[in-house]
Design a protein around this ligand. Structure first.
Ligand SMILES: Nc1ncnc2c1ncn2[C@@H]1O[C@H](COP(=O)(O)OP(=O)(O)O)[C@@H](O)[C@H]1O
Ligand SMILES: Cc1ncc(COP(=O)(O)O)c(N)n1
Length: 270
């Protein structure tokens, strides 16, 4: 059995963070494990409060997993504080897992900061260079590069600038721009456009978490980076197309569409 570990924050509403990551791992047929960096009190509408986990407990979780279990891929999500960024970077250097997918989570859909401002430079200096791939959305890429992104050329320039921070490859997600949600993959040499199809729904809570976890799961299974991205793009598109109308805000994606459909568990609220 291949395994994947998520190092991220908990979302009580179940749509993003650790909860989305573990569902994505399971849906991709990989055994999931977790290191919780922060607990958010969150639902489909808002993040109400956040408590960072004590770094010593984060360290114990990482060591407990790596000292005992083979880890085929790591996905990194919400890191919250500079102390957590530095600790996780140190531990990843020590254990050097083969595949590291870094989703540089900064702000929730409702505008709540999930990465402290003083943690951004630590993320850029200590964490990015350890990753196999970093998966920023447009606003995150703008923070990482210090430049606004509008055109396709801007997107290519952003990938090059982010790769120059020391990461092997970049997937710049296009969901936040108008038009089709095409993502841009830069492998350090070539650009690949990963075509998307915009689904008109408000239920996009956890899309970035789901995509990066699916990429980690497929890398764990031995796929190449490009294959892992292509499989995961199809998966996130299906998960958004059949997203769940739960809560009153941005509902969650549907990780188990085929399973739920076969078992006749889907209720159409529309
Ligand atoms: N409405 C949508 N329809 C189809 N795909 C989408 C939609 N919104 C986002 N995506 C895709 O979901 C993934 C994550 O999206 P994005 O919104 O860019 O990042 P994040 O969730 O990190 O803010 C990307 O592959 C993006 O292209
Ligand atoms: C604990 C946690 N982690 C990450 C996100 C970002 O969510 P998204 O995947 O929609 O960008 C979130 N809202 N909460």
């Amino acid at each position: 059995m291949r395994t994947a570990l998520t190092i991220a924050g908990s979302d009580s509403g179940g749509g993003a963070g650790i909860q989305a990551d573990l569902k994505a791992f399971a849906a991709q047929g990989v055994y999931g494990m977790s290191v919780i960096t922060a607990v958010t009190a969150q639902n489909t509408q808002e993040v109400r409060s956040v408590q960072n986990i004590d770094p010593s407990i984060i360290q114990d979780q990482i060591e407990a997993v790596f000292d005992d279990i083979q880890v085929d891929a790591v996905k990194i999500g919400m890191l919250s504080s500079p102390e957590t960024v530095e600790l996780v970077a140190r531990k990843l250097q020590k254990y050097s897992p083969k595949n590291i997918v870094l989703d540089p989570v900064m702000v929730s859909k409702g505008g709540h900061h999930l990465l402290q401002a003083d943690a951004i430079s630590a993320l850029m200096k200590k964490m990015i260079s350890l990753a196999t791939i970093v998966t920023p959305n447009i606003p995150e890429a703008e923070v990482l590069t210090g430049s606004k992104i509008h055109t396709e050329e801007d997107r290519m320039d952003a990938c090059i600038a982010i790769q120059a921070l020391g990461v092997k490859s970049v997937l710049l997600k296009g969901g936040h721009l108008n038009g089709e949600p095409n993502d841009l993959f830069y492998d350090g040499t070539d650009f690949h456009w990963i075509q998307g199809e915009r689904i008109h729904t408000k239920n996009t809570h956890g899309t970035g978490c789901t995509l990066s976890s699916a990429i980690a799961a497929n890398l764990a299974k031995g796929a190449s980076l490009l294959e892992a991205i292509q499989i995961s793009k199809q998966y996130i598109t299906t998960a958004i197309r059949h997203s769940l109308d739960l809560g009153h805000g941005h509902g969650p994606t549907n990780h188990f569409f085929e399973l739920y459909e076969k078992a006749n568990l889907l209720v159409n609220h529309k």
